[in-house]
Design a protein around this ligand. Sequence first.
Ligand code: SIN
Length: 355
Amino acid sequence: MFAFYCVEWGMRDLFINFITTLIVDKIQKAEYYRFTATDFCWFMETLMKKLTVKKLGYSLGAEVLGVDLSEPLSEDQLRIIRDVWTEHQVLVFPKQELGPETLLTFSRNFGELDNFSSQPFNRHPEYDEIFMLSNKPIDGKIPPGSTGGQNWHTDLSYTTRPAKATLVYCVEKPLVGGDTMFANMYDAYDTLSPVLQQFLDNMEAVHDVNLITAKRPPEIVAEFARLNPPVVHPAVRVHPESKRKALYVNPRTRCFVGMTEAESAPLIKYLSDHSISPKFIYRHRWSVGDLVMWDNRCLTHLAVGDFDRSEIRHMLRTSTMGDYFGRYEDENAVAEQKRTAGDKKLAVELSTLHD
Ligand code: SIN
């Protein structure tokens, strides 16, 4: 009877939620099967093929259920995904079954794919547009990218075409940890004093690949620097879709243009610390099958590195190219980068080095 009224009066959602709550409660009381509320919601949403968005964090992050990313998506589904991505900055699509091809197809919905010529050391053996975040040995050697991303950053801020979207698919994960954290750079900017906001609105800052802290062999560090001469970006950027201002200063920023490094350092430290206030953060605990997609134009992120290195953490990453943005600090450096970028043979040789 209750079901009849719910459906009849267009209250399908209420009915599903009611049934979900009842069944989850029963299952949890039964104790012999640990089936979480999220598992059940995923099951119901997938069954109904209904795209549902649930907020994951106060400041940023949302989970998208009821969509199978291995299948072609309708224009309506894509429009919703793009809109909620702009709103929540980080989207998590749990329980996906993706291979390299389907990951690439889904990623292309968000722009032109990067072939990682600025960091060609960890590419997938067959697909240049897939970057491996992995400590899985290849021919007995641990790939050099396995300790990447462990200082707060936004992808490719050390280039003149920083990444727009980054998409990471979790293939294998350690028993615990291996988390990724995200910080909301709109909130970081909005909570500065008007005086500091106004100062930063008029500043540019130098981003330097040498400030990546990952432990890498010296050959890779040198090649990374050769491919990526320092670049200058505005300290605050306006997001092209949301039109909101986001702080664009992080620990990979060397100095402000017109200020010395000594003068810049305390302000960069202050802004970097401020931008990762706990209330601006979403921390993602990975499950196998998660596809997480984030917007580099308005957040920074960090691979926490909190896992046992004898266990495997294996993720596939794609990035879409953002707008051309910023300029080289030293114009003469450009020719060198153009000459060497995409030297595949060298990249393949370097990518077989130990980390
Ligand atoms: C990254 O910085 O893109 C890597 C994130 C991660 O491995 O958690």
